[in-house]
Design a protein. Structure first.
Length: 277
């Protein structure tokens, strides 16, 4: 479990805290999405979760280890791997499998185990056939999957992804999201996804919304996105079908709360039409 307790993080000479008194618990095996516009504090929060940033006050505790404690920081980073927005900033080798091995090698993993970890990580992100390729020749989505594989080879329990699809085209975004969902559902990895794409957030178990460093909303996607007016006031969108359903309900159409996708919307609309016949 990751426990965030009254976390405050302030950059030097900043007037306001980037993260301001945030408390949140993340269970093992969970998929949580953190939403917020630029400057809301979501990326700063992500960097606090594995000790890249140390709290100004408050605590971040990962499996009982506090990120404030120097003796625990490398254990924490081994358990909580981080994938950044631009995969080019994480790729350091000239061959895919060597890049995937880099982080685990720095953890002094034995060579026999390292080989297996690299093979397993590449298989998990469906990049085995590219293991001998040069990373710079890959597409953006493929590069990001290599970056994720590099984290997987370190065998973390938690994977923190800071807007991993922001620089990708729609095809690349879908590739990465498919990988994230597979790691969560099939591998049991805990996923903390920082994003501003609503269609990614709706796939999470839970959504947290940040604004000016504070945690404003938190709960299942259906509950969070049903608060259409609040989300709009924060400058955030909701899924189009959710907003349309809310507008129809406001003028008297008997639709349920929290519709998230097109199939739900069509089904609810058909039921509403049938009930009026």
């Amino acid at each position: 479990m990751i426990e965030i307790k009254n976390l405050v993080y302030s950059y030097e000479e900043a007037v306001k805290s980037a993260v301001d008194d945030v408390s949140l618990s993340i269970e093992k095996g969970e998929f949580i999405a953190v939403l917020g516009h630029n400057g809301s504090g979501k990326s700063t929060l992500a960097k606090c979760l594995n000790g890249l940033f140390r709290p100004t006050s408050g605590d971040v505790i990962v499996d009982g280890m506090n990120t404030k404690e120097d003796e625990d920081i490398w254990k924490i980073r081994a358990r909580a791997g981080m994938v950044f927005q631009n995969p080019d900033n994480q790729i350091v080798a000239t061959v895919v499998e060597e890049d995937v091995a880099f982080g685990a090698e720095n953890l002094a993993v034995e060579q026999s185990e390292l080989r297996q970890r690299v093979d397993d990580a590449l298989a998990a992100v469906e990049m085995t056939e590219y293991k001998d390729d040069q990373p710079h020749k890959l597409s953006g989505g493929q590069k990001q999957r290599v970056a994720i594989a590099g984290i997987l080879a370190m065998n973390p329990d938690y994977i923190i992804l800071d807007e991993p699809t922001a620089m990708l085209d729609p095809v690349g975004r879908q590739e990465v999201m498919n990988t994230i969902l597979r790691l969560n559902k099939e591998e049991g990895k805990t996923i903390i996804l920082i994003t501003h794409f609503m269609n990614e957030a709706v796939q999470a178990d839970r959504v947290a919304v940040m604004e000016e460093g504070k945690l404003i909303l938190e709960g299942p996607p259906r509950d969070v996105f049903n608060q259409v007016d609040t989300m709009k006031s924060l400058g955030l969108d909701v899924p189009q079908v959710t907003e349309l359903a809310a507008r129809l309900k406001a003028v008297g159409v008997p639709l349920p709360d929290g519709i998230l996708d097109r199939e739900e919307f069509v089904d609810a609309l058909c039921r509403a039409s049938a009930s009026e016949m």
